[in-house]
Design a protein around this ligand. Sequence first.
Ligand SMILES: [Zn+2]
Length: 273
Amino acid sequence: MKYSSVKCLRLICNLLFLLTVSVQAETNNIFLNSVQGKFKHMPESKLEQRLLKEYGSLWINNNSVLLPNLLIFPSETETLNYQNKLKLAKFSSTCALQEPAFKALQKAQQIAQSQKLSVSQRGTDSCLRSYKTTQDLWLSRVKPNLDYYVQNGKISTATANQIKNLKTPSQIEAILKLEQEKNLSFDKYRQGSILNSVAAPGSSQHLTGLAFDLAEFNNPQVRKIMNQCGWWQTVKNDLPHFTYLGLQYESDLQKSGLKQFKQAGFTFWIPNF
Ligand SMILES: [Zn+2]
């Protein structure tokens, strides 16, 4: 065999080896294993992978709650089909949560009160949200930022208008592409990704009744009580946002495939894959 053919064969073998290792790594991943089977199809597209990394911790929940079997609701109708099946309980007149999440939050409130602390909702949209609310929140970042970048000559008016007119899933992809390729920021203060500021419409954990925005998020004692009751911070940089995971100990979060991400004294539990 010629030297070049041997070299070529070796290259093919190396590539095959790398491919096998990466496939094995994926199937052996604790997080992916613990969420597999909960989705209609495993999230595969670039957008789905990104959303799974940003908001996916929710799906480790095994605590008799109803999880969506898709990562992003494509429309209001699909969202309502899911939300109509939920067993909800009211924490307040403006705060509905799935029953187990509600009970855990009520417990956190009682423990807090016994320590002269409090657990309360941050605003009127701190709990279950409608698809429309998540869409309005998304557009409240997208539209002003597109206008800002047109004024500053970063994108053309035509591009901005075209993106404004896209249907939601395509608009999400277009905005994330602009952030990545043109290094633009679409969060409120143009300092980071839009996904750290608002969820892509249809993908917010608030659509599930398993998320709660806590007013007292700055108090470490209150955060500890929330954790003891199964509520954890799972979305990087979203400080008031807590997710009901139904697990009490950090070791159990690790066993389910989450990892710690620490920032400015806060600990977020994010998917480890
Ligand atoms: Zn939130």
